[in-house]
Design a protein around this ligand. Structure first.
Ligand code: APR
Length: 292
């Protein structure tokens, strides 16, 4: 599958990668070379991604200082009922949060980290991307096997018959922004007007994302890919949300070598063979560059 990025953007990104590789090699040559050697020796690589992997695309993480859960209470807006209640009570505050999220999703593009994962798939090394992210950026970078355990914001699911449809990210965002800009207060009826209608049964459709307390998606597929991996890349996740955070642990128990790229150390450090304290959009392209 070809990446969906225009040639000029790829050229720009390659320039960024080249510049970063040059600066980077002065700082972390050994860890990068160690990781590249491990990748060279592996053919069943799987990536496990969190919101930090999309941070360099301009999308906020959840638990970093200033992250989404610093702004709104996850237990207020993370469950479907809590989200509806919050709209009814704190709607103008939520309106601004929504506008900020829509803005960040609109401007976001796959970053050098996403493109590096596409390169690894093109080299027949990467078998799958398991992601907790809902932003569709792995697919837009060109990866074909993307296991989205927390769903996808741009896939709608019918509340009645379960029918699913994909919506174009840019069109969905333009439509949502247009409706939000008409609002002074965020009220529930508008939200329902925003909702797509199911062509099969006529019922309302909602974004197919996993809210707190709802069943995680494609977990069997994720575990299956992880335990078959000979190397697992843990990229940009705090590893605090289960059952997703159990996936790298099972990969390690099944014998996979673990490489983690994250500026902040976390619980995974106990299972990690190579820990790279850097941004994934800088480190991963530098590692993949050494494979070329
Ligand atoms: N490169 C790599 N890692 C980064 C970067 C970056 N550029 N920027 C931030 N990080 C790291 C942070 O250090 C942190 O460890 O990414 C991690 C982000 O952690 P969280 O905000 O907790 O996000 P995530 O791990 O994806 O959360 C898991 O929690 O609320 C739920 O559904 C939500 O899917 C999400 C889940």
């Amino acid at each position: 599958m070809q990446s969906n990025i225009s040639n000029s953007s790829v050229g720009k990104v390659e320039l960024i990668i080249k510049k970063r590789v040059i600066t980077l090699m002065k700082d972390f040559p050994e860890i990068i070379e160690k990781a590249a050697s491990a990748l060279k020796a592996s053919n069943r690589v799987v990536a496990f991604c969190g919101s930090g992997f999309s941070e360099e695309s301009g999308i906020s993480t959840f638990r970093d200082p200033g992250g989404l859960w610093d702004i709104v209470d996850p237990w207020e807006v993370g469950t479907l009922q809590g989200f509806i209640n919050t709209i009814k009570t704190k709607n103008n505050q939520l309106l601004q949060v929504f506008r900020n999220i829509i803005d960040s999703f609109e401007k976001s593009e796959p970053n050098p980290g996403h493109l590096a994962l596409y390169d690894l798939e093109s080299m027949d090394k990467l078998q799958a991307v398991i992601t907790q992210n809902i932003d569709n950026l792995h697919q837009e970078a060109g990866n074909s096997t993307v296991i989205e355990v927390h769903g996808n914001l741009f896939r709608m699911k019918c509340l009645g018959c379960g029918n699913q449809i994909k919506v174009d990210r840019k069109q969905f965002i333009e439509k949502t922004r247009k409706e939000l800009n008409k609002l002074t207060d965020f009220d529930f009826t508008v939200l329902m007007n925003l909702a797509e209608k199911c062509r099969v049964c006529g019922n309302f459709m909602r974004p197919d994302v996993v809210m707190f307390g709802e069943a995680v998606q494609y977990l069997d597929e994720a575990y299956d890919a992880a335990i078959k991996a000979d190397l697992l890349l843990i990229l940009g996740t705090s590893g605090v949300v289960y059952p997703a955070a159990d996936i790298p642990i099972q990969a390690s128990r099944s014998g996979a070598k673990i490489i983690e790229i994250n500026p902040t150390e976390n619980a995974f450090v106990n299972i990690t063979d190579i820990y790279i304290p850097m941004k994934s959009g800088v480190a991963l392209p530098s590692i993949v560059e050494l494979l070329n």
